[in-house]
Design a protein around this ligand. Structure first.
Ligand SMILES: Cc1cc2nc3c(=O)[nH]c(=O)nc-3n(C[C@H](O)[C@H](O)[C@H](O)COP(=O)(O)O)c2cc1C
Length: 189
C-alpha cells in the first residue's frame, strides 16, 4: 500500500513562508518513499464550523478536506504564530474535523513566527489540539523565528540547520506512519 502524507498550511497569505517550509518537509517524506499532497486552506472555501449535528449539510469543500485527511496515514501541519497561538483559519479547519479523520494518524507540526521568540506557543497549542483529535504527534517539531529572514537571495532556505530539522520532520512522520500502516504497533489491543 502506498503511504500518503498530507501537508496542511494554516496561513491565508499569498507567498506564505509556512507553505514553503511544509513543502520542504513533504519533499523529505517523498524521498522516504511516501506519496505527498498539499492542502492550502487559503485556496479552499471552508465555512465556519458551527457545531451542527448533520455535517453532511456543510458545503462539499468540508467533505473533500476530511476525505483527504482520511486517505492519508501521516499529516504535516504548519501554522504561522498569530498572537501566541495558531491561526484562526487553521483552528476552524481542524474544528470541522474530529477523531474520525485524525485518530491513529501520525502528525508532524511546524510553527513559523515573524518575531525572535519563535513559534513555541503555536506549536504547543497545536500539539494539544492534535492530541485532542486522537492523533499521534511525533516528538520532533520545528519552530521557526524571524520568518522574514529564513530565505537567501534566491528564495531558498538560508539556514542548513533548519533544512535538517524540516527534513527530519518529513522523514520521521513517514517512518512512524509506515510502522502504523504495517501493523507493527497494535494500537487497538
Ligand atoms: C494577526 C497576526 C498576528 C501575529 N502574531 C505574531 C506573534 O504573536 N508572534 C510573532 O512572532 N509573529 C506574529 N505574527 C507574524 C507572523 O507569525 C509571521 O508574519 C509569519 O511569518 C506569517 O507566516 P506566513 O508567511 O506563512 O503567512 C503575526 C502576524 C499576524 C498577521
Amino acid at each position: 500500500m502506498a503511504l500518503h502524507i498530507l501537508g496542511i498550511c494554516g496561513s491565508m497569505r499569498p507567498n506564505s513562508s509556512t507553505a514553503y517550509v511544509i513543502k520542504y518537509a513533504l519533499a523529505a517524506a517523498a524521498e522516504a518513499g511516501a506519496e505527498t499532497d498539499f492542502y492550502d486552506i487559503a485556496e479552499h472555501q471552508l465555512p465556519f464550523c458551527d457545531g451542527r449535528q448533520d455535517e453532511s449539510t456543510y458545503p462539499s469543500s468540508v467533505n473533500e478536506f476530511k476525505a483527504l485527511i482520511r486517505s492519508s496515514q501521516g499529516i504535516i501541519i504548519g501554522t504561522p504564530e498569530y498572537h501566541n497561538s495558531i491561526t484562526g483559519s487553521l483552528k476552524n479547519a481542524l474544528d470541522l474535523c474530529s477523531t474520525e479523520e485524525f485518530e491513529h494518524k501520525m502528525v508532524g507540526i511546524i510553527g513559523v513566527a515573524g518575531g525572535g521568540m519563535g513559534a513555541a506557543n503555536a506549536i504547543g497549542h497545536l500539539r494539544t489540539i492534535m492530541r485532542g483529535v486522537g492523533s499521534w504527534v511525533v516528538p520532533h517539531q520545528v519552530s521557526i523565528s524571524h520568518s522574514g529572514k529564513i530565505f537567501d537571495g534566491s528564495g531558498l532556505l538560508a539556514d542548513v540547520a533548519l533544512e535538517h530539522r524540516l527534513k527530519k520532520l518529513g522523514t520521521d512522520v513517514t517512518k512512524y506512519a509506515r510502522l502504523f500502516a504495517a501493523g507493527v504497533l497494535d494500537i487497538d489491543e
